[in-house]
Ligand binder design. Structure first.
Ligand code: UD1
Ligand code: CA
Length: 451
C-alpha cells in the first residue's frame, strides 16, 4: 500500500519555533515515530506532506525511502492529500496517518487495513467528550458520513464516536473523490472527511476499526497534550520492561528516550534516565538518579546513585559511583572501580584497576590492577593539543599526583603522593617529585598586633 503522512499543519498552540511534528515523545520526534510505524507495515511508498517548517522537517528526517510533498498554503486535510496524488501508486490502497498522532500501534493499523479490504476504512474512537472532533454519522449502524464539529447540528454533536483522522481507502477511487471535494463549509477548507459520503454514494460499505487503547488515537496540539503522551509512552515502556522481568523500583519514575535492553535480574532504582541505545547485562543494578546515554554495561556491574555515563562501555563486575562521570570514549574492563567524583574521558581502563575518589582520567590508557589515588589528574591538555597518558599494569599512583601528558608510568612503578610527573616513570621504581619537607624548631606564630 501507499502510506501518506500528513504533517503540514502549523501547530500554533505549541508556541514554539520548532515545527510541531519535530517535538519529541520518548526522545523521538513525533513524525519519526509515525514513519517508524509506517515502515513496520512494509508499504510500497511512504509519502510525507509537509508545509510549515518543511525544510526543518525534511532536513531532520530525510531518508531514501521517503517521498516528500509540500503543501502550501494549507487548505485542509483533503487539500493535503490532493497534493500527494501524483506520488500515489493507484494499484494499491492508501493509508493516511497524521504526523502529530505518534502512539498508534502497528497492530491497530493492521487491524484497520484488514477490516477495510476492498473498501474505505476509518479508525474511530468513542469519547466521553467528543468536542472538537469530526463525528461519525451512522444510519442503521452503517457509516454514512463524517461531520466536523463546526458544521454539525446539535443532534450530531451528541454523537460520541469520532474520527481519529486515520483512514485507508482504495486509491483509484480516492483520487476521484478528492477531485470533487469542495470547501463550502464552516472553515472554508477542503475536508478529507467528505470522501466518506462519496464512498457511500458509490455503494461502498465503510468499515470502521477501534484501537485497543484510546491514547493510540490521541493527537498533539499543545505542550500539555505532548506531556500527557510522553507519560503514556513512558508508562508503556516501563510496562514492557516489567513484563520482561526487569525490577523497576517505581515504574512511574523511569524515563527511556531510546532503547533500553536488559538481561536477567536487572534492577533499576528511581529517577533514572536512559537515552539513546543502552544495554544492561545480567544482574546489573542501577542506583537512583543515574543518567545513561549510549552505554553498554557488563553483567554484575553495580552503578551507584547519581552517576552519569555517556557513550561508554563498562565491563562485567564493575562498581561505578556514586557520583561518577564516564564521558565519551571510556571503556572499562572487568572489575574496575570508578568512585565518587571521578571523571573518565576517552580512556581505556584495564581489569581490576581502581580510581576511587576525586580524580580526572582523560586520554589515558590504564593497564590492569592499577591504583589511582585520590586527587590524581591527567594533565592531558596543554591549551592547544591533547596528549595521552599511559599507565602500565600494576602501577600505583599516589594521591594528588599530576601526570603531565604525554607521559608514561612503567609497569609496577609507584608514584609518591603529590608527584608532578613530567618525564616517564621507570618500571618497578618509586618516582617522587616533591619539595623536601622541613621543620623550623624556633618558629613562633605571629600574634595579633594592638592598634
Ligand atoms: C481532523 C479531521 C477530524 C478529526 C480530527 C482528529 C478533517 C476535515 N477533520 O480535524 O474529523 O476528528 O482531525 O484529530 O480531516 N494537515 C495538513 N494540511 C492541512 C491541514 C491539516 O497537513 O491543510 C494535517 C495536520 O498537520 C495534522 C492533520 O492534518 O497532522 C490534522 O489536521 P488538524 O487541523 O489537526 O485537523 P482537525 O481540524 O483537528
Ligand atoms: Ca487536530
Amino acid at each position: 500500500m501507499n502510506i501518506l503522512i500528513l504533517a503540514a499543519g502549523q501547530g500554533k498552540r505549541m508556541h514554539s519555533a520548532l515545527p510541531k511534528v519535530l517535538h519529541t515523545v520518548a526522545g523521538q520526534p513525533m513524525l519519526a515515530r509515525v514513519i517508524a510505524s509506517a515502515r513496520a507495515l512494509d508499504p510500497a511508498r511512504i509519502i510525507v506532506v509537509v508545509g510549515h517548517g518543511a525544510d526543518a522537517v525534511r532536513s531532520r528526517l530525510d531518508a531514501t525511502d521517503l517521498r516528500w510533498v509540500t503543501q502550501s498554503p494549507q487548505l485542509g486535510t483533503g487539500h493535503a492529500v490532493q497534493q500527494a496524488v501524483p506520488e500515489l501508486d493507484s494499484s494499491v490502497p492508501t493509508l493516511i496517518l497524521y504526523g502529530d498522532v505518534p502512539l498508534t500501534r502497528v497492530s491497530t493499523l493492521q487491524g484497520l487495513c484488514a477490516a477495510a479490504t476492498g473498501t474505505l476504512g476509518v479508525l474511530t474512537v468513542t469519547l466521553p467528550d467528543p468536542h472538537g472532533y469530526g463525528r461519525i454519522v451512522r444510519e442503521n449502524d452503517q457509516v454514512v458520513r463524517i461531520v466536523e464539529e463546526r458544521d454539525a447540528s446539535n443532534g450530531e454533536r451528541a454523537i460520541c464516536e469520532v474520527n481519529t483522522g486515520i483512514l485507508v481507502a482504495p486509491t483509484r477511487a480516492l483520487i476521484g473523490w478528492l477531485a470533487r471535494l469542495r470547501n463550502d463549509n464552516a472553515q472554508g477548507e477542503y475536508y478529507l472527511t467528505d470522501v466518506i459520503a462519496m464512498a457511500v454514494a458509490d455503494g461502498l460499505q465503510v468499515a470502521t476499526h477501534q484501537p485497543a487503547d484510546l491514547w493510540e488515537a490521541s493527537g498533539v496540539n499543545s505542550k500539555r497534550q505532548l506531556a500527557e503522551l510522553e507519560r503514556i509512552a513512558q508508562r508503556e515502556a516501563a510496562g514492557v520492561l516489567l513484563d520482561q522481568g526487569v525490577s523497576l523500583i517505581d515504574p512511574a519514575r523511569i524515563d527511556i528516550r531510546g532503547s533500553l535492553t536488559c538481561g536477567r535480574d536487572v534492577t533499576i532504582d528511581i529517577n533514572c534516565l536512559f537515552d539513546g541505545d543502552v544495554v544492561l547485562g545480567d544482574q546489573v543494578s542501577v542506583g537512583a538518579n543515574c543518567v545513561l546515554r549510549n552505554v553498554r554495561v557488563g553483567a554484575g556491574t553495580r552503578i551507584e546513585p547519581f552517576s552519569h555515563l555517556d557513550d561508554a562501555v563498562v565491563g562485567e563486575a564493575c562498581r561505578i559511583g556514586p557520583y561518577a562521570r564516564l564521558r565519551p570514549g571510556t571503556a572499562l574492563a572487568r572489575d574496575v572501580h570508578i568512585g565518587n567524583f571521578v571523571e573518565v574521558k576517552a580512556s581505556l581502563v584495564g581489569e581490576g584497576s581502581k580510581a576511587n575518589h576525586l580524580a580526572y582520567v582523560g586520554d589515558a590508557t590504564v593497564g590492569a590492577r592499577v591504583n589511582i589515588g585520590a586527587g590524581t589528574i591527567t594533565c592531558n591538555y596543554d591549551g592547544v593539543n591533547k596528549h595521552r597518558t599511559v599507565i602500565e599494569d600494576d602501577a600505583f599512583i599516589g594521591s594528588d599526583s599530576q601526570l603531565v601528558a604525554p607521559v608514561r608510568v612503567g609497569r609496577g612503578a609507584t608514584l609518591g603522593a603529590g608527584t608532578t610527573l613530567t618525564r616517564d616513570a621507570p618500571p618497578d621504581q618509586l618516582t617522587v617529585s616533591r619539595a623536601k619537607q622541613m621543620s623550623v624548631a624556633a618558629w613562633k606564630r605571629p600574634t595579633k598586633t594592638k592598634s
